[in-house]
Structures are given as C-alpha cells and as structure tokens.
Design a protein around this ligand. Structure first.
Ligand code: AMP
Length: 558
C-alpha cells in the first residue's frame, strides 16, 4: 500500500496554507524586497503559467544563471512543480564550461541575472545554444543586451493568473540538475528527481541533520547554483521558516545588517564567508545575537573558526560535508547527547570533523586492500555513500558512471556502475562514526568551496612556447582553504625574463578562465618531480609546499 508519490509540491502547498504571512526577504542592489508565502505562492503559480505559455512543459529543461534572491527562489518551486526541470548553472565558471553545459543539457529557456548576461551574450550564437528558445532577465526591465528573444522577469509573469492546475508529477521525474567539475575532463551532469529532493528535504528537517523549524529565520548564503544551494530553499519552505535571501555579492556589512534587522537564526555557506565575517565583527559594532547556528562546509572548516564563533559570539558552527551528487549534504558534525555533555576540547575536536552520516544515507570507507577500514580515527580509505538522495547515474556520461558508481565498494571499477558513489574523498572514521577528510584522490583545487581544474591551467601554461613543462597544485590557504601554486620549467635556451613570462602566463589564463583561477604564485624550477609512471608527482609537491604561504591578490568579493 503506498500513498502519493514523493514530490516537492506539498512543501509549497503547506507553506501557502499554514504560513501565508511568514516573510520572504530578499536584498536587491539598492533595497530590500519583502513579501510572504501567500504572495510567493501566487507568483510561483504565475511563473508556471508563464512557462506553459512559453511552451515549457513536463520534461523540458529550464536553466538559471542567478544568485540568491526571491525571483530565483520562485523558480525553485515553479519549474519542478509544473513538471519541468530546473538546471542551475554557476555564472562564475569559465565561458567554455557554460557553453559545454548548456549544449549538453539542451536547455530550453534561460533565466539570467542582469549582471551575469555578458557570459550568455558571448555564447548565444554558438551551436551549443541552439536549443535555447527564450532568455528571461531577472528584474523589471531588460538591460541593453544582444540576447534574443529576451524579456524581463516581471513582464514574463505580468499577464498570468495567480493559480495553476498543478499536475501530479511522477516521483521519478527529473526536477533539478547541476553540473559538477570533472576531475580530468568535462563537467558531469547530475539530475535530481522529485523523490531525491523530497527525501533530501525530509532529512534536512531532522535534528540529527539541520533541524530547521518554523521558529527559524533561514538565510541561505550557499549559492543557489551550487549543489541546489544545499537544499535550503526547499527545506525552509517545508518547515514554514522565514527566509532571507542576500542578493548579489553581499559583503560582511550586508550580511551583518540582514542578520540584525531580520533576526536570522540559521545561515549556511563556505568557511571563507565566516572568516571574513569574524574579521569584520572585530572592528564593527554589530548585534548578531539572533544567530544560533552556522552551517559551514564545501571546504574544510578550521577549528579556530568554530571556536571563535562559539566563544566570542555564542554561535554554534555545524560543519557539513557534501557533494553535488548527494543532492547536497552527506555528513554533519552534529553532537549526540553524550558528546554534547563532554568537555569543550572534546566538543571542538568532534565539531571540526566533517561529521556523521545524515539519517537516510549509508557509508563505507574502503582501504587499499578493498576491505572496510576500522573505525580507529587513523586508517585512511575512500569514502563511498549510497541512499535515496544520492545519484546513481550521471547525465549522458557512461565513463563517469563506470568510474564513480559501483555495486561493490572497494572492488574493481570501470564496470557497469551501481548504487554506491565513490566520492574520491580520502577519510578516516573515529569510534563514534565521525568522518575526517584527509585528502582527495584527484588534483582539482578547492578554492573557497569552488573548483579550479589544475589540468586546464597546466594546458594553458604549456601552450606558451618558452615553457617546456608546467604543473599546478593546491596548497593550504587561511582564507580560501586552498589556492593554486604553479611550477614551470622553461624550454631549453629560452631567455625570457621570468617576470615577463609570469605575466604572460597569467594573461593567457585570464583570457580563458575567471580571474580567481589564476595561480597567485608561479615558481620556476629545474624539473618537476615525476611518479614511477611518469606523471607529475603532485603529492610530493603538495607535501613540500604544505606550509608555503601564497599571497593571494584576490579581493574579498572575488
Ligand atoms: P561539490 O560537488 O562541488 O560540492 O564538491 C564536493 C567536494 O567538496 C567533496 O567531495 C569534497 O572534496 C569537498 N568538500 C565538501 N565539503 C567539504 C568539507 N566540509 N570539508 C572538506 N572538503 C569538503
């Protein structure tokens, strides 16, 4: 005997009916916009009508290149509840990646923030964009643009009814989509079905995960294009919580103001944001006393950050680990009652770990011998995860299925795939089941929670005619957790001045990649160490430069 399918729509229905007056606040470029779940529901219905009028229906794919604001939040329900699929795209990606991703996903309609339109303008004539029928700019007027056909979001909604005859969407219907960085090659698409999002949302509400309730005021800072913004928009709606969207490029002053004025209790984002916020609070008088919890993850969270937020501001940091493939969060350093009652040092030690598996998922950590490692906090193995919110298939990418999905953790890969996801994260597990991430089995660089492909940087540098070899490794960094450090061997007989070459290499990289991909430091060496199989030995390099301080020239907002 089963009830209805597990789908997203009841979360919206409940918020509209039970919490019609609860607010949704959104910071815009120059003001703060606010409405309630009642009005929100009407606008979501108008959006569904507008999409239907634009010929979007079940099975179609609607993409967004947008930051965290109320209009983007409207697409989070409007698109999947009418049976279509919301494909969120990171506007910070290199243009070549956006081109590949839109072409691979064959998106039908694109929502774009006004200040992100330049990426699309540069690509709109390419073959990859042939499927795109319509551009909708998030705002109430169309800025000067070559995009065509184009309409602003408010005009798109304007003439449509505030109610929609919602279909009973099947739980296997794809509802969301997000591409994740390929470790060696092209980005890999992950699709989220209605059921994956439903089950992820339900576990988010459990106290062992995030325990969001209708007493919370939730401010999601995780970009809504990254791994479903860790699912906060759906979870906060399901709970009937007030939501606060920080809008485009919020700085610490904006965030502090929103916390103070809106009474934010729970917020979430990568460690870099909290490092900046702490620094800001040192020199500014601000009242963040409403804030109870910060969910921090996407990159390792330094213990000092957890300690300082607790001791100086009474804010509990919940360290979380997750992946695009898991819908979002997979482990949380939640403290069970016995550890919560332990001394402060024990608590900080546990809180700094990536955490315990969330309700509904299972994990195994498998050592080099193919067996599960003991839970001794010391033996390292690869983390495998499975569960209802974990993908079992990459979009049109059989190579990735064979490489990253398996029926047999620790067994031979490269086969048929399976339900266990090989995360590529190398971890230990302690006696209480807390996972600690010690390394990754790939070379991509995690700069403040976003990825930089070392392979692409190497190719760009090796394309210079005075370079014979180049490699890039990630080295620890206080603010960004990891930054790229480049190594170059110049070609025999090359007489170019090192500073000139450095600048030329940086220019080559900036021409094709975002500025934040550029290695802060490029070192000239006589040779790059190699492994027994002749590959660049990045492990040796990373170890040798573990304590090396790279000076980043990135501004806080980059
Ligand atoms: P993404 O799919 O882009 O969210 O990246 C997922 C990867 O980010 C994981 O496999 C980890 O390597 C890394 N990651 C996520 N959360 C954490 C964390 N709390 N600590 C360290 N690495 C993390």
């Amino acid at each position: 005997m089963v009830g209805t399918d597990q789908r997203i729509r009841p979360f919206l229905w409940r918020a509209e009916r039970l919490y019609p007056d609860v607010e949704i606040v959104s910071r815009t470029d120059d003001a703060v916009h606010r409405y309630d779940y009642g009005t929100y529901g009407n606008r979501v219905a108008r959006l569904a009508n507008a999409l239907a009028a634009a010929d979007i229906g079940p099975g179609d794919r609607v993409a967004s290149l947008c930051w965290n604001h109320h209009r983007h939040f409207e697409t989070y329900f409007g698109v999947p509840c009418m049976g279509a699929q919301l494909h969120t795209i990171n506007p910070n990606l290199p243009k070549s990646h956006v081109e590949y991703i839109v072409g691979d996903a064959e998106d039908d309609l694109l929502f774009v923030d006004p200040h992100e339109r330049e990426t699309l303008e540069a690509l709109a004539d390419s073959e990859a964009f042939e499927s795109v029928q319509q551009y909708v700019v998030m705002g109430d007027e169309v800025p000067e643009t070559s995009l065509d056909p184009v309409v602003d979001y408010e005009s798109f909604l304007a003439d449509h009814e505030p109610s929609y005859d919602w279909p009973d969407v099947d739980e296997d219907q794809p509802a969301g989509m997000c591409y994740t960085s390929g470790t060696t090659g092209k980005p890999k698409g992950v699709e989220y079905t209605q059921q994956m999002i439903w089950s992820y949302t339900m576990s988010t509400l459990t106290p062992q995960m995030l325990g969001i309730t209708d007493a919370d005021v939730v401010m999601p800072l995780v970009p809504m294009f990254h791994s479903t913004g860790w699912g906060f928009s759906w979870a906060a709606t399901a709970a009937g919580a007030k939501q606060v969207y920080p809008g485009p490029s919020p700085d610490s002053a904006d965030l502090t103001r929103l916390i103070e004025e809106e009474g934010v209790t729970l917020t979430a984002g990568v460690p870099t944001i909290w490092i900046d916020l702490l620094e800001y609070l040192e020199t500014h008088d601000a009242d963040i006393s409403s804030l109870e919890q910060i969910v921090a993850g996407g990159a390792p969270v330094p213990e000092s950050l957890i300690r300082r937020l607790d001791e100086e501001h009474g804010v509990e940091v919940l360290h979380a680990w997750g992946m695009t493939e898991l819908t979002a969060i997979g482990t949380v350093a939640h403290l069970p009652p016995d550890i919560a009652a332990a001394d402060a040092e024990t608590r900080y030690t546990k809180r700094q770990k990536q955490g315990r598996i969330v309700p509904g998922l299972e994990f195994q950590v498998v050592g080099e011998d193919g067996d599960e490692v003991p839970w001794d906090d010391a033996t390292v193995g690869e983390l495998y995860v499975r569960g209802p919110s974990v993908t079992t298939e990459y979009y049109r990418c059989p190579e990735a299925n064979a490489e990253d999905l398996t029926a047999d953790p620790g067994g031979d890969r490269g086969g048929e795939g399976g339900e266990w996801l090989a995360t590529g994260d190398l971890v230990t597990v302690d006696a209480e089941g807390y996972v600690t991430l010690v390394d990754r089995d790939n070379d991509i660089i995690n700069s403040g929670g976003e990825w930089i492909s070392s392979v692409e940087l190497e190719n760009a540098m090796m394309g210079h005619d005075t370079v014979s070899e180049a490699t890039v490794v990630g080295v620890p960094h206080d603010r960004y957790q990891e930054r790229p450090l480049g190594f170059v061997v110049t070609a025999e007989g090359a007489t170019i001045d090192p500073d000139v070459l450095r600048e030329e290499l940086r220019e080559r990289i900036r021409a094709d990649y975002p500025k934040w991909w550029t290695p802060d430091e490029i070192r000239f060496v006589d040779e790059i160490p190699r492994t027994a199989t002749g590959k660049f030995d990045k492990i040796t390099l990373r170890d040798a430069y573990r304590d090396h301080d790279v000076e980043t020239n990135l501004e806080p907002e980059e």
